[in-house]
Design a protein around this ligand. Structure first.
Ligand code: AMP
Length: 418
């Protein structure tokens, strides 16, 4: 027996109402904020992620699904959504459009992680990117948009954490201080952090191991080493968030796991959930487009994990609109009636009425049992007598009452949904 690969899931029909609700809510929020949809391929040249997400990151080093295709090109299944959108921005000359260009996507994301609750090897993200405007107003708008999305879903009780990790001018100063701080603490650090100390010192701050967390608490803070421009940007952002009435917590250990971030980074997690349960996050990436070969163009975005949103909708007992049930079950008896049932079904569907049509291979009793199991309110039955009369027998499945009707009357009855 084959099974879905470890760390992947099948989203069965009964789960689909949650996904549909999330997607429709996301579409509406994007409409309100003027974001347009973009789809990018599920795989890209691996170099796109190596250059932007960064060689020293867990995502590229340990988690990327990387393979050589049959022409020996090194490809990677998309481990995140921002770099592909920026690649498309460049490739399609979107820098010629009025800036910022606002794009959103739904994408499956592939990371070879250790599967656990809410952590998969293939998960789904809804993400928004605003490319081409350096103003902190946009950072505030993007954060407000992410929170509005959760609000529109009916979700409550979230913690917004914000930090600034500076830019390529001021970050080296902070990294130097971090290295100086951590060198004497080497014995305390986990083996991953020893590697991070050499390759990616910022990541020392978000290690989840208790001993490393204790060391990170008193480590030099990026916000204390910002250059004037980054400092002003961060101050303005906090001012806008406060003016918008958004509660946030400054977290100097929030660095996010990708090299392309500059200045603002943020994460949103359930108030009760702990740091591993983030449902969304994002930040500014003013160097990303230059990293992948373009002229410098600033950008900011966020992405949310759809599986984690479904989990939160369930834990917060939020009711989502149910899937539409068929309005009627079309049953028939005999070969001639079967042709008539096919015609009637086509006509009803033409009127926009959802229905289930029986193949008519079983007894009427068995067909009605099927109708009952589906929970439909009506069955439309065509037998020999109805054939002759050009009528349909309508059975109310709740009361068992039957009535012979004209096809047009049936349409009216089903449209009225009574
Ligand atoms: P990231 O790009 O890591 O910031 O991820 C954005 C969001 O996607 C996170 O806040 C999570 O909600 C979700 N997410 C990230 N990784 C996974 C995963 N392995 N499985 C499920 N959801 C994930």
């Amino acid at each position: 027996m084959f099974k879905a690969p470890r760390g992947t899931t099948d989203t069965l029909p009964e789960e689909q109402p949650y996904w549909r609700y999330i997607e429709e809510t996301a579409l509406e929020v994007c409409r309100l904020y003027g974001f347009k949809r973009i789809n990018t391929p599920a795989f890209e040249e691996a170099g796109l992620f190596q250059r932007s997400v960064g060689e020293g990151t867990d995502i590229v080093n340990k988690e990327m699904y990387i393979f050589r295709d049959r022409s020996d090109n090194e490809m990677a299944l998309r481990p995140e959504g921002t770099a592909p959108v920026c690649r498309a921005y460049l490739e399609h000359g979107m820098d010629n459009l009025p800036q910022p260009v606002k794009l959103f996507y739904f994408a499956d994301i592939f990371r070879y992680e250790r599967p656990q609750a809410g952590r998969y090897r293939q998960h789904h993200q809804f993400g928004c990117e605003a490319i081409g405007d350096p103003s902190p107003v946009l950072d505030a708008e993007i954060i407000y948009m992410a929170l509005s999305f959760f609000g529109a879903l009916g979700l409550t009780d979230f913690l917004l954490q914000v930090n600034s990790i500076g830019c390529k001018k001021c970050r080296p100063g902070h990294l130097k201080k971090l290295i100086e701080y951590y060198r004497p603490l080497k014995e305390q650090l986990c083996t991953d952090c020893l590697v991070r100390l050499e390759k990616n010192p910022l990541r020392l701050l978000d290690c989840k191991k208790p001993a490393c967390q204790a060391a990170a608490e008193t480590a030099p803070r990026s916000a204390d080493y910002l250059c004037q421009e980054c400092g002003q940007h961060f101050d303005s952002l906090q001012g806008y968030l406060t003016a918008m009435g958004i509660k946030f917590r400054l977290n100097h250990r929030l660095v996010r796991g990708l090299d392309y971030y500059t200045k603002t980074v943020f994460e949103i997690q359930p108030a009760e959930g702990g740091s591993q349960s983030a449902i969304g996050g994002g930040g500014r990436y003013d160097d990303l487009i230059a990293m992948i070969g373009g002229k410098p163009v600033p950008g900011i975005g966020f992405a949310v994990g759809l599986e984690r949103i479904v989990l939160n909708l369930k834990t917060q007992s939020i009711k989502v609109p149910p899937a539409e049930a068929p309005a009627v079950f079309v049953a028939c008896l005999g070969k001639d009636a079967r042709a008539e049932a096919i015609r009637l079904s086509a006509a009803l569907r033409g009127e926009g009425i959802p229905l289930m049509m029986s193949s008519g291979e079983r007894s009427l009793k068995a067909q009605l049992r099927h109708a009952n199991a589906l929970g439909v309110k009506y069955a439309a039955i065509i037998g020999g007598d109805e054939m002759k009369a050009g009528t349909v027998m309508v059975r109310n499945m709740e009361t068992g009452e039957q009535q012979e009707t004209q096809p047009e009357e049936l349409v009216a009855l089903l449209k009225a949904g009574k």
